[in-house]
Design a protein around this ligand. Structure first.
Ligand code: PLP
Ligand code: COI
Length: 338
């Protein structure tokens, strides 16, 4: 196996096995292990026609001590349950979720990037309606699948600060829609605006609240945070996906003696932050060096020396030190996979 661990993109690479479990006749079946990368699926599956689909994203980290660590997987399991309830999918019990992710990680151990490469094994649980329906209704059959793939940084810049564009002309989710859960439709709805941003050279776009277009929601597939003095500020909105990374950064900020504010963040406030960034499993912490708002012709600059700001660096180091096991985990966030 000849993998350039240090230069891995955030992309799909085949691994040895994936695990699957079908929900039929009102119950979950046995966990199946396969090397097949394809899924035989009925042409009338609700997942294909009506977007009855949810996914999750987390990582397994290889420590200096050779131990494999999972980070707050229970939160991903619960979020997938909320997603399932939100679009009427069969709910995956926490125990099944845990068994599936740990099985997938163990069976693909040789694909976990070595300690020190900055890479990790991305774990992608997927749940969708496989049952055939033609009317708009929930399926009676579901597939829960977990694959893993080694990944590097989400934004190709790595830890280098990126530029983002404020998005005024698209919403990824409606005010009372599905933005707060992790369902495929939200991502389909984001593609045109993300591609527009990419074509103009931005790493991502920043969505605004769908109702008034006054407040910051999130940054493509990551939450937004700003640092003002000793305060960590992050938007509160029903259309944002509650990020487990963001939740953890808020706890870390408090632990480091900072203040935390989770509240609506008006767009006008972006000029007042000392540091701004995007956070998520894939993005970890990605600092933003410039935010451009084409509507008012303004551009907001951060990281003037070209590097992430000191508080972003501190939070990044603290979070990743816990995830890779370099520092003790006082929060009980880590589970070691034997
Ligand atoms: N926001 C969106 C829309 C996402 O897709 C993700 C990724 O899961 C996040 C934020 C970050 O969430 P987490 O930190 O739980 O990975
Ligand atoms: C993640 O941060 O884990 C994500 O799922 C983001 C994206 C790849 C959808």
């Amino acid at each position: 196996m000849n993998i350039d661990w240090k230069n891995l993109p955030f992309g799909y690479m085949p691994t040895d096995y994936n695990v699957r479990c079908y929900f039929r006749n009102g119950q979950w079946g046995e966990l199946e292990i396969t090397s097949d990368e394809y899924i035989p699926v009925h042409m009338a599956a609700t997942g294909l026609h009506y977007g009855q689909e949810s996914f999750e994203g987390m990582k397994a980290y290889m420590g200096k001590d050779g131990k494999i660590r999972l980070f707050r997987w229970q939160e991903n399991a619960r979020r997938m349950q909320r997603s399932a309830t939100g679009i009427k999918l069969a709910v995956v019990p926490e125990e099944l979720f845990h068994r599936a992710i740990t099985t997938a990680v163990r069976l693909n151990k040789r694909f976990i990037p070595p300690y020190g490469t900055g890479a990790a094994l991305y774990i992608r649980p997927l749940l969708f309606g496989t049952g055939a329906e033609v009317g708009v209704k929930p399926a009676r059959e579901y597939l829960f699948l977990v694959f893993v793939t080694p990944v590097g940084p989400y934004f190709k810049e790595g830890f280098k600060p990126v530029e983002m564009l404020v998005c005024h002309d698209f919403d990824r989710a409606a005010p009372l829609g599905t933005g707060h859960i992790k369902v495929g439709g939200n991502y389909a709805a984001s593609l045109v605006s993300l591609e527009k941003g990419h074509e103009k050279g931005y790493a991502s776009v920043i969505y605004l609240d769908a109702m008034e277009k006054k407040y910051i929601d999130e940054c493509g597939p990551a939450n937004f945070f700003g640092i003002k003095g000793n305060t960590y500020i992050t938007p509160d909105s029903h259309t944002i996906l509650p990020s487990i990374t963001n939740m953890s950064l808020q706890e870390l900020a408090l632990h480091l003696g900072m203040k935390v504010e989770k509240r609506p963040v008006p767009l006008e406030e972006i000029g007042e932050f000392d540091e701004v960034g995007a956070c998520g499993t894939a993005a970890v912490i990605t600092s933003i060096r410039r935010i451009v708002d084409e509507q008012n012709g303004k551009s907001y600059e951060y990281c003037r020396d070209g590097n992430p700001g000191p508080i972003s660096v501190k939070l990044y180091q603290k979070l990743t030190a816990i995830q890779y096991g370099d520092e003790p985990d006082p929060f009980g966030w880590i589970e070691i996979v034997d």
